[in-house]
Write a protein that binds this ligand. Structure first.
Ligand code: GLN
Length: 563
């Protein structure tokens, strides 16, 4: 296929609208939340919406990226290890997305190179342009076809002017050229207020728009992020110098709760304006979905009934900052269940290594209503976590272990109740005589070959719950499906002995071979439960996760009883 005929190649006739969301000035101002909120309002207005995240990294997926730098690795049903923004989309939209909705530079190049090796370009000279942008477009259209979307929101990572995302902007430009009435651009920009001037400055945004213009793209809408709301004068300035109508400049000041943003956007007229601009036939701003959302958003402002939760892990700090972003889904899952139960959650991040350095400091845990040990890897801080779990078990503090937090909970039980003093996980001490948590059979080979990327047990798997258990009561059903990301599992050779000592494996894989949930019966502890899976990935604002809800209720109860 020669270049010109390929460029002319029209995709299937579709009325779908494509909205690209790009960043200006600085990153980290909430482009993902903006895209998610936009997705939410359009979906509430009756459109079938899907969202795509473009990460400009060479990495094939986020699984190999350091979460303390890049944020949480969000796992999808199909096992794709993606960026945390995918979690935002799923939560705001209330849908399950798939690997079609996530792309990285690595992925795009990988498929072009594979196709070239398969002679699919039929002898053409395969070039960065047009073949890379065309592959990006092919992927966007695949995501559209997957759900027959009316609207595809595409968030391009980073900010305009970065070398890394130029080819993605080029893809967007080509799409606009092909379908001028179906492709739109939203720039999420930032308006700083320099301390010595105290005035909100529009100039960086003007420059960002010029930079975008140099890629052949004109934004249709500017969402102006700032500390305070934008005044009329700044709106006029942005309109004039950035070449957008004044009602297309949307003020997006900082908010206490990100869940107010879809409501604020509607107040600013963004919903009506975007429907008008794109020519979509949209339902009204107030609708069934928006009413539910409003009720939820209101619940996020709860001020009393505090539940104090300690999150204990190996380390949360980098420099002077606590990187709670690496556990974004855990935080959100806690919030949804707390709000549902009418409580305000207060989270304290504790490094388990503190308990190793100063064993007496473990008593500080007494002031918490509940303790969570989230997922993790490696051996740092493990003894401190085991001490934490022992403390929670013995002092009847509700405990919820997620993945590693479940594996360590079983080890703690084996050590201190069953009396296997050197009980451990192969991950930490392969020469222990009592390997309670062992490498999964199909993971051995991968580990030996250093085949690390995308090779864990990933994604959604079903599990069956034992009737009458804490887990069963929480879910209200025996069949569940949850998302995973692990290499190790409970060693079946020790299962009987551990169960004999009182710990219950209340959730198993359907073939009974893999322990998915461990718990102490409700009669012995207010809440002592761990999951091999990551329940946090399926918690949604409008449908909080049943296990988090059960945990929060236990925290509320133990607070009443003890304080
Ligand atoms: N490191 C453990 C494993 O690989 C737990 C992983 C996790 O917590 N996600 O099995």
């Amino acid at each position: 296929m020669d270049k010109s005929s390929e460029l002319k190649l029209e995709s299937k006739v579709s009325n779908c609208k494509y909205i690209f969301v790009v960043g200006g000035v600085i990153s980290g101002v909430g482009k993902g939340i903006t895209a998610s909120s936009l997705a939410r309002i359009l979906s509430d207005r009756g459109q079938i919406v899907t969202a795509i995240k473009i990460d400009p990294y060479i990495n094939i997926d986020a699984g190999t990226m350091n979460p303390t730098e890049h944020g949480e690795v969000f796992v999808l049903d199909d096992g794709d290890e993606t960026d945390q923004d995918m979690g935002n989309y799923e939560r705001f939209l209330g849908v399950d997305l798939s690997r079609t909705n996530y792309m990285t530079t690595g992925r795009v190049y990988q498929s072009v190179i594979e196709r070239e090796r398969n002679l699919e370009y039929k002898g053409a000279c395969v070039q960065v342009v047009p073949h890379i942008p065309l592959e990006v477009i092919r992927r966007i259209e695949n995501a559209r076809d997957k759900v027959n979307a009316d609207v595809v929101l595409i968030e391009i990572g980073g900010t305009v002017g970065e070398y890394e995302n130029i080819l993605f902007l080029e893809a967007a430009r080509i799409m606009k050229l092909r379908k001028p009435n179906s492709v739109f651009f939203v720039m999420v920009s930032y308006l700083p207020v320099p301390g010595n001037i105290g005035e909100m400055k529009t100039k960086p945004t003007q420059h960002a728009v010029r930079t975008l213009n140099s890629s052949g793209i004109q934004p249709d809408i500017i969402i102006a992020r700032s500390k305070m709301p934008l005044d009329e004068k700044r709106k006029e300035k942005l309109s004039m110098f950035c070449n957008v109508p004044i009602d297309h400049v949307i003020s997006a000041p900082d908010v206490d709760s990100i869940y107010d943003i879809p409501l604020n956007f509607e107040k600013e007229g963004l919903g009506d304006m975007i429907c008008g601009t794109t020519g979509m036939t949209c339902g009204p701003a107030i609708n069934e979905g928006s009413i539910k959302w409003k009720k939820f958003a209101k619940s996020t402002h709860v001020k009393n009934n505090v539940v104090n939760i300690a999150i204990v892990g190996k380390y949360f700090n980098t420099g002077d900052f606590t990187l709670s972003d690496s556990y974004l889904s855990v935080i959100e899952a806690i919030k949804y269940s707390s709000y549902k139960a009418g409580s305000k959650p207060v989270l304290t991040w504790i490094s388990s290594m503190d308990f190793e350095k100063d064993p007496k400091s473990i008593n500080t845990l007494s002031k918490f209503d509940g303790i969570i040990v989230p997922g993790g890897f490696g051996s740092r801080g493990i003894e401190g976590i085991l001490k934490t779990i022992e403390y929670a078990r013995k002092h009847n503090i509700p405990y919820f272990g997620l993945c590693y937090g479940m594996q360590l909970m079983v080890i703690e039980y084996a050590r201190n109740v069953l009396g296997l003093k050197d009980a451990n996980t192969r991950e930490v001490n392969p020469s222990s005589k009592n390997i309670i948590i062992d490498i999964m059979e199909d993971q051995k080979d991968k580990l030996e070959k250093k085949n690390m990327g995308g090779s864990m047990r990933l994604g959604a798997y079903p599990a069956t719950l034992k009737k009458g258990t804490v887990a069963y009561k929480a879910y209200g059903s025996a069949e569940i499906s949850e998302r995973h990301r692990h290499r190790y599992e409970v060693n079946n050779a020790h299962r009987e002995a551990i169960e004999g000592a009182g710990l219950v494996f209340s959730g198993l894989s359907p073939d009974g071979k893999l322990c998915e949930i461990a718990e102490l019966p409700g009669s012995l502890h207010p809440f002592f439960l761990g999951t091999q899976f990551h329940p946090e990935f399926k918690a949604r604002p409008l449908s909080p996760h049943p296990l988090f809800t059960a945990f929060i209720k236990a925290c509320q109860k133990s607070k009443k009883n003890t304080k």
